[in-house]
Design a protein around this ligand. Structure first.
Ligand code: ZN
Length: 118
């Protein structure tokens, strides 16, 4: 079990993902093990520990991340009529790489995952 799925698997290319949007510093893609019918993850394309611990990152990354979160969340809301945006911290954050979940729909209770995971 990795503690940084995004660096170790996604950004390394080891796990392929379906990209929703990407820029030089931000990547949005469909979650590989979705917890909701619509489940998109937005991450910086370099290591940032969490929303409250930016590590060595330039804080301007937050504006870029949120711009992508805004765009994707607006699309999901327009298409599905409802949307959630969340990021986990502390013990709720399994993968220690800043990521926002954008999701819509009833949780997929058979996914074997908990809502706080990943
Ligand atoms: Zn990382």
């Amino acid at each position: 079990m990795t503690h940084d799925f995004y660096c170790d698997e996604v950004l390394s290319g080891r796990t392929s993902v379906t990209i929703v949007r990407q820029s030089e510093r931000v990547l949005a893609f469909h979650h590989t093990r979705p917890f909701w019918p619509v489940h998109i993850v937005v991450i910086p394309r370099f290591h940032v520990p969490s929303l409250t611990d930016l590590g060595d990152a330039d804080p301007s990354i937050l504006g870029e991340l949120l711009e992508v979160v805004r765009e994707v969340a607006a699309e999901v809301t327009a298409e599905h009529g409802a949307c959630r945006v969340l990021t986990n911290l502390g013990a709720y954050q399994d993968s220690k790489h800043l990521h926002f979940h954008i999701n819509s729909g009833t949780p997929l209770i058979n996914s074997g995952a908990t809502l706080g995971e990943a």
